[in-house]
Write a protein that binds this ligand. Sequence first.
Ligand SMILES: Cc1ncc(COP(=O)(O)O)c(C=O)c1O
Length: 459
Amino acid sequence: MKRAGDGMMCLRAHAPRRGRNDVNSCRCRARGQEPDYTATICPAFDRTPQTRTTVPPSASPASAVEYHHSVPTPIVPTRVTGITLPPFDPLNLRAAELRQQGRHVISLGQALPFFPPPPTALEAARTALDRPEVHRYSTDPGLLSLRQVLAERLGSTVRAALGPEDLIITAGANHAFTLALMTLVNPGDEVILPAPYFTNHQMAVAALGAIPREAPVADRSQFTVRWSDIEPHVTRSTKAVVLCTPSNPTGATIGAKEGTRIVSALAERGIVAISDETYMSFVHDGESWSAASVDGWRRNVVVVGTFSKCFAMMGWRVGFLLGDDAVCEQAVKLQDAMIICAPVVSQMAVEGAVRSSWSYASTFRDDFLTRRRIMHEAVGAISRLQWTATPGGLFAFVRVDGCSDSDALAHQLLEQVGVITIPGAAFGTSGEGHLRLSYGYASLQELAEAMERLSRFFA
Ligand SMILES: Cc1ncc(COP(=O)(O)O)c(C=O)c1O
């Protein structure tokens, strides 16, 4: 029998989900069953399809396999078919099914803040609706007034002299990250991801035809990224290193001394640092550091940021790319080809908050500390779970003693106690054996209830 991951799909009725064919889409093991890989591979679900297939609409999954006939051409290249969707999707779908069946499911999955957007953003959006410009495109890099005020605020936060020409307003941080990659990295180049890494970073690198290189952090007691983690993975083909501070999934931050060392060492080697600072407003302990605060950062740093988290405006889709104006001048061509500009009503809303509520997220610091404490105490009382104290983010990356399949574990937790967690393996092989637990979104009551359920599960 073939193993999952060899291109086989489980034939049981619950899988594959939404046409996916990987071990994450099969929930047999979560239910204590062996997956059923006994039939011939269905080429429609092959990770590296050589043929396209058609299936009679009435065919059952098993008979469909027999009825396939081939038509030429793989239409989707392997750099895309090889990408695995993160496990959030099947977990959330299953949670929705369970909720429909009347189960009370609590999510410790999504890394969202519990607070609403700042009123200044909503007010600016209301006003924007009466302005004719809201219905038109803005310039490609975004509204000049927004970039001006953002350059000022960001400049004083990261202690760098910035101008509006150093910024491109994007449709969120993921878009900014992809834009940075497309601008700076060629297919075939290697991109180093200190790990555990943010899943979407790895996906974007692979989608571009570049080669993601996982660089596990040596410091497992704090997950701090050091130059010594990165250096052994540098080759002649290395084009970029992705920093993420505070890190998703660990919450670890990069300190000024080590960060400067990393950025400078990369600059000497002509390697770009793409620094995702999505959680820059969520550093709960100690100082926050930005790669743009390094002297000479313009040589090799691009910072990716967002208003999704600090203003809780995930659905508005606004973020930014910060880089030297020469980089922005090139990146803006790709922005034009991709989306022309970020949604204008959203840019206007965000501008209201950047002007009047720049430090909004910090007013909730005590709430996050309380939530983190509740989770920390509960984790501390569960002997199989090991807490790692990190200074930032909205989540904890918790080691589970004896766990070698965090994906199966996350599904078991959902099925048996109705709690959504994110398997550590989603963040690279060095994340295996962990679960990411978000304390950012659930209410205090739900958080306590979820931890009580985990404690029952692991008893
Ligand atoms: C590290 C990191 N980067 C980027 C994103 C995506 O943010 P956005 O909503 O701005 O695209 C997330 C979302 O969770 C994230 O955790």
